[in-house]
Design a binder for this molecule. Structure first.
Ligand code: FES
Length: 518
């Protein structure tokens, strides 16, 4: 294999690899603006300059579009490199407004970061800065500040190359160049939220996030988007127990670098329900969890004794650990033996966009199927609902119920059906849970609690534990971590893993277990 020497280290490289990628492979981050790992390379910002010491004469050049050549010697940090970067920064900042005190990008702006590292302490401008348009309404969720833009064209390339809609362009020439929409048109892409993520400066900002908070007050928690069966890896940025921003997390196994707007903006609302049930209820009266769980257990036991069936409809957004516990609690209860049907309503797969959205709008259908829950289409669901004496609903998505079972038990965060339920167990949002979800490609990823539920809300896992206690179950996993081990062991797919040790990008459990055995 051919080799290059990078900062004194000799490394091999595959054919066609650029110096930028070779450096990143060694953990060396070369400053850059226009380069993005998921977009075409244009080499326009000139920030990624490095020193080439041969072959050929010693020279400065850009690393992002420089192919490695056998015997090449590269230095990424030197006085000459620092001078070159300082010059690029001076040019980029020549007309940049002094907006940092009010700019949403402050704290994660690459102009700030590199100016701090390489820039001059004072500006040499003795002329007024150029004025461009600010707060240009270019899309439903995105505003453009043309004065802040450094023309890296990441946004233009993203829409054209990834989202499949060339809805932004560089208009004008030379000093008059500016990013803009086409006359009379706006950006309509369903992936427009990513524009704010990939903009390295504060030129593209989200309307939903503008002036919400300074970014250094945010606490990020790794999670998974449950909006469709893709299960994009995301980060929930939280301040004061409220999700302020949802961002994609890089995961080559699932979503690459991006996420769709349905997930991003839908979750913002879903995690902050204005109306939510604040505790357990029995016949409409507030009770404690143990009372509600006892009533649920007694009601189901009576229905079973009378020869009736208990239909359990699990949520296609429930975690694998909740599904395991639900199964264990209800199938192993002696009083309910042979009377319980575990099922879920079929979630149609239609309208996927060929990018990330699968069209199957639920987060853990694969988990339900893997654990043997019966998938009911509309006809089968109606028939089962009609035949059930007791209905146990762990499904917020079932908005209508055209039958009147003798007993209705609802795990609810804000279910419309809670008002009709005899027993309400206080459930939680995915942002409050610990556990795993399995996506359409079999990748199991971990979710962590980003928000604290109200003190009176036990959450779905604890509600199931309380129910298990009332039904006399023993040996139940006490935490999602224990449930993960029990579930993965039962399916023969654990391969020695624990919930805490799950890789950040998730894992295909069956494949990992096979590998562990071999
Ligand atoms: Fe290389 Fe912009 S990152 S020129």
């Amino acid at each position: 294999m051919p080799k290059i020497t990078l900062n004194g280290r000799e490394i091999e490289f595959p054919p066609g690899q650029t110096v930028m990628l070779a450096a990143r492979g060694l953990g060396i981050d070369i400053p850059h603006y226009c380069w993005h790992p998921a977009l075409s390379v244009v080499g326009s910002c000139r920030m990624c300059q490095v020193e080439v010491h041969g072959p050929g004469p010693k020279r400065l050049t850009t690393a992002c579009n420089l192919p490695c050549v056998d015997g090449m010697v590269i230095v990424t940090e030197s006085p000459a490199v620092a001078r070159a970067r300082a010059g690029v920064l001076e040019d980029l900042l020549l007309n940049h407004p002094l907006d940092c005190p009010i700019c949403d990008k402050a704290g994660e702006c690459w102009l700030q970061d590199y100016a701090y590292e390489y820039g001059a302490a004072v500006g040499r401008n003795d002329f007024p800065r150029r004025k461009w348009n600010k707060r240009v309404d270019i899309a439903e969720h995105v505003l453009l500040d043309q004065e802040r833009c450094i023309l890296c064209t990441r946004c233009v390339r993203f829409l054209d190359e990834y989202a499949g809609k060339a809805e932004l362009a560089v208009l004008g020439r030379g000093a008059h160049s500016v990013i803009d929409i086409f006359p009379g048109m706006k950006v309509s892409s369903g992936y427009q939220g990513n524009l704010a993520d990939i903009c390295p400066v504060g030129a593209l900002t989200l309307k939903e996030f503008r002036f919400q908070t300074r970014v250094w007050y945010l606490e990020g928690t790794d999670s998974v988007c449950p909006s469709c069966s893709r299960g994009c890896s995301i980060t929930l940025d939280v301040r004061d127990n409220a999700v302020r921003r949802v961002r994609p997390r890089v995961n080559p196994e699932v979503n690459g670098h991006f996420m769709c707007d349905v997930g991003r903006f839908g979750l913002l609302k879903a995690y902050q329900p204005a109306e939510r049930l604040a505790g357990a209820r029995l016949q409409g009266e507030a009770v404690d969890l143990a009372q509600a769980a006892r009533a649920a257990a007694e009601g189901m036991t009576q229905a079973a004794r009378a020869g009736g069936g208990v239909l359990v409809l699990a949520s296609p957004d429930a975690t694998n650990e909740e599904l395991f516990l639900l199964k264990k609690v209800l199938l192993e209860a002696a009083a309910l033996r042979g009377r319980v049907t575990l099922a879920f309503r079929q979630v149609a797969e239609e309208g996927g966009d060929g990018i990330l959205q699968t069209g199957q709008n639920a987060g853990n259908v694969a988990g339900l199927r893997a654990q043997g829950y019966e998938e009911l289409d509309a006809g089968a669901l109606a028939a089962r609902l009609g035949a059930a004496s007791a209905l146990y609903l762990l499904d917020e998505g079932l908005a209508r119920l055209d039958v009147e079972p003798e007993l209705l038990i609802v795990h609810a965060m804000r279910s419309a059906l809670a008002a009709r339920a005899g027993v309400v167990l206080p459930g939680s949002t995915i942002a409050e849970k610990e556990g795993t979800l399995t996506n359409c490609d079999g990748v199991t990823q971990r979710i962590r609690p980003a928000l604290r539920p109200p003190a009176t809300v036990a959450g779905d896992f604890n509600c199931l534990l309380a129910l298990g206690r009332e039904l006399g179950a023993s040996g139940l996993p006490r935490t999602p971590g224990e449930a993960f081990i029990a579930w993965a062991d039962a399916s023969g797919e654990r391969g020695g893993l624990t919930l805490a040790a799950l890789p950040q990008n998730g894992i295909r459990l069956a494949a990992a277990a096979k590998e562990a055995q071999s």
